[in-house]
Design a protein around this ligand. Structure first.
Ligand code: AP5
Length: 216
């Protein structure tokens, strides 16, 4: 099974991709997480990507496409995958479509998680992330049991460098300009499933699973 998750920054793509990944036993492929690993390790890709990510801009298509192609060649992706944060531009979507068509492994569904800008800003500015397992928490809606520490592995939680309000607003504008056109792209291919994501995370998971009932 192969899925693409769309939605504004903070829509809950990562949160819901983890749920579907556990349910179906297929990997969540988050381009944001992979890029942040490169930044942390100081690779040449990470050094270049960081300048874009810190400003809330997109990393150039060629760099991201190469990175995703490599990730999808790994053995765990042969059963399927959930693309969380990719594609983000029409050129990225065209490359993905060509690669999947050539392998005769088309997408099964594209899920778009819908929230307002105001909720997106509150979710992101309140988020903290475990650098080890990538689980996210929210200061108000899903706080960790012990302040500042991941419930699962005890590692200190971190804030990302692109979570201040000004950068979030830039990311929202960029989504509208560069990523929203993908909704039409995938609707024309009959793949779009829209999920109202302005509800507690467990309710959004139920909505996602029922919208995919004919697919999974
Ligand atoms: P990326 O890491 O992909 O960021 P994003 O798409 O902007 O999405 P987020 O991770 O911010 O949000 P999310 O929708 O996953 O929400 P989450 O589940 O965490 O990308 C970062 C950067 O990398 C980009 O800006 C770009 O520079 C670069 N990049 C990545 N991919 C690229 C590409 N393909 N091309 C070019 N550049 C690329 O939830 C958010 C918060 O809300 C959490 O605290 C969570 O606990 C909480 N929450 C979640 N659901 C709920 C709920 N239902 N109710 C209450 N709280 C909730």
């Amino acid at each position: 099974m192969r899925f693409v998750f769309l939605g504004l920054p903070g829509a809950g793509k990562g949160t819901q991709a983890r749920v579907l990944s556990e349910r179906l036993g297929i990997p969540q492929v988050s381009t944001g997480d992979i890029l942040r690993e490169h930044v942390q390790e100081g690779t040449s890709l990470g050094i270049e990507a960081r300048t874009y990510m810190d400003r809330g801009e997109y990393v150039p298509d060629a760099l991201v496409v190469r990175m995703v192609e490599e990730r999808l060649r790994e053995p765990d992706a042969s059963k399927g995958f959930i693309l969380d944060g990719f594609p983000r531009t029409v050129p990225q979507a065209l490359v993905l479509a060509r690669a999947l068509d050539a392998a005769e492994t088309p997408l099964d569904a594209v899920v778009k998680f819908t929230i307002s800008d105001a909720i997106a800003i509150r979710r992101i500015t309140g988020r903290s992330t475990c650098p080890a397992c990538k689980r996210t928490y929210h200061a108000v809606w899903s706080p960790p049991l012990a302040p500042g520490v991941c419930d699962f592995d005890g590692v200190a939680l971190e804030k990302r460098s692109d979570e201040d309000e000004l950068t979030v607003k830039r990311r929202l504008a960029l989504y509208r300009q560069q990523t929203e056109p993908l909704e039409t792209f995938y609707a024309e291919r009959g793949l779009m499933h829209e999920v109202d994501a302005e509800a507690p995370a467990a309710t959004v998971s139920e909505r996602m699973l029922s919208s995919l009932v004919d697919v999974i």
